[in-house]
Write a new protein. Structure first.
Length: 404
């Protein structure tokens, strides 16, 4: 199947337009990484604490940010998470400590900042109600059990520990698994397996906020630094491998052209993430490595057609051979890149927040990778050939691959 027959576009004649386009986006990306926004490493690489919060209503991110500022949590990254109907927010703190204490600290900081409806002058106590009311939406089963043990609404006496442990677990399970982590009324627990006497006594020691902290994750700075190094090495090794392969299969200038092209694609993709302040996570690195292979495959198709046409068009200028080769592979390029682009575009639009960075990298990379195979890689060959001729050197030979 072909979209075009006998197409004859002078791609090399437009090389200065291509160069201007690439320079604008490359320089903008570099300036953003160096002076404006930096490289927006995600928590996987820089270390920090991720706190997942579910609200009982549609959250106002501006209000959430204001509450964070008032609590002394400066410059947290706040974004919606999951489907909009879930009312979930992801808060990224720059906390560097590791361990159980850091997990608890991050959760406590968020709860303290968001609890604007807590009873005035009261603080939650893990043992009974001797200090004040607790937020039932963020209370642990241990806190609830200790409160029940203190109140003993079922009058169990010495057998209270096991019974109230089960009751506390039922309350937390109903809150988290049935109500999605947030209770709007203590009376909702009447529909659970919780004893009515237990439900009746909860109102004395607990109140309900409009949110619940669902999960807390932490990545230490040491692990983040190691991941940065490994991501850089993975990218360098892949580029080196392509240089060796293309130098062996074609000639070294082909390898150099391919590596420069892929570096161009990677620079623009990372620069786009910096300009738009999208975090670079492990999945984004995986997408970039995928694009390195994808872009290189497209470039090899064009190079292979150039090599074949050189044998058939020995008297033609290399620029004419390259133009003919690009035009001959144009239909294949559009079919392959177009179908792949539609797939990753659907992933970007409907894949949700978890796949947002991954799919965004693929969307940008496929567009730039397809463009660079035509507008960057092939012109490098012609530019190098012209440079050798102008210096009075023999044009680079472009033999067929070994065994063909």
């Amino acid at each position: 199947m072909e979209f075009f027959h006998d197409v004859n576009i002078d791609f090399l004649g437009k090389k200065w337009y291509f160069l201007a386009f690439s320079l604008i986006f490359s320089v903008a990306g570099v300036l953003s990484m160096l002076f404006w926004h930096g490289i927006p490493w995600g928590v996987d690489f820089r270390g920090g604490t991720l706190v997942y919060v579910k609200f009982s209503h549609t959250p106002d991110l501006g209000v959430v940010r204001t509450l964070m500022d008032r609590a002394g949590l400066r410059d947290p990254k706040i974004q919606t998470y999951g489907p909009p109907s879930n009312n979930e927010v992801l808060i990224d703190l720059s906390q560097k400590e590791t361990g159980e204490q850091a997990l608890g600290q991050g959760k406590t900081q968020i709860i303290s900042a968001l609890e604007t409806n807590a009873p005035a002058g009261k603080q939650c106590s893990a043992v009974g109600n001797s200090v004040g009311a607790c937020d039932l939406n963020n209370a642990s089963s241990l806190t609830i059990k200790n409160y029940l043990m203190d109140k003993d609404p079922l009058h169990l006496g010495t057998d209270a520990d096991q019974k109230y442990t089960a009751q506390a677990r039922d309350i937390v399970d109903y809150r988290d698994k049935v109500q999605g982590g947030v209770l709007s009324s203590i009376d909702q627990l009447k529909a659970s397996s919780t004893d009515p006497a237990v439900v009746a006594t909860l109102g004395d020691g607990f109140f309900l906020s409009d949110f619940g902290v669902r999960n807390v994750e932490i990545v230490g700075p040491t692990v983040g630094a190691q991941l940065q190094k490994q991501a850089a090495l993975a990218t360098i090794y892949s580029l080196a491998g392509m240089l060796v392969y293309l130098g062996f299969r074609f000639e070294w200038i082909y390898g150099v052209a391919a590596v420069v092209t892929v570096f161009h694609d990677t620079l623009i993709t990372v620069g786009a993430f910096s300009l738009t302040k999208n975090d670079i996570s492990l999945t984004v690195i995986a997408a970039i490595l995928t694009l390195i292979g994808y872009s290189n495959n497209d470039t090899i198709v064009v190079f292979d057609r150039i090599r074949e046409n050189i044998k058939l068009m020995r008297r033609e200028k290399l620029a004419d051979v390259v133009n003919r080769s690009i035009n001959q592979t144009l239909s294949r390029t559009i079919l392959t890149a177009g179908l792949t682009f539609l797939t990753v575009l659907a992933l970007f639009l409907f894949g949700g927040e978890v796949l947002h960075g991954f799919s965004l990298a693929l969307v940008i990379g496929i567009l730039i990778g397809t463009y660079s195979s035509i507008a960057i890689a092939a012109p490098i060959l012609v530019a190098y050939q012209d440079w050798r001729i102008n210096r009075g050197k023999r044009p680079v030979a472009m033999p067929a691959a070994k065994g063909r």
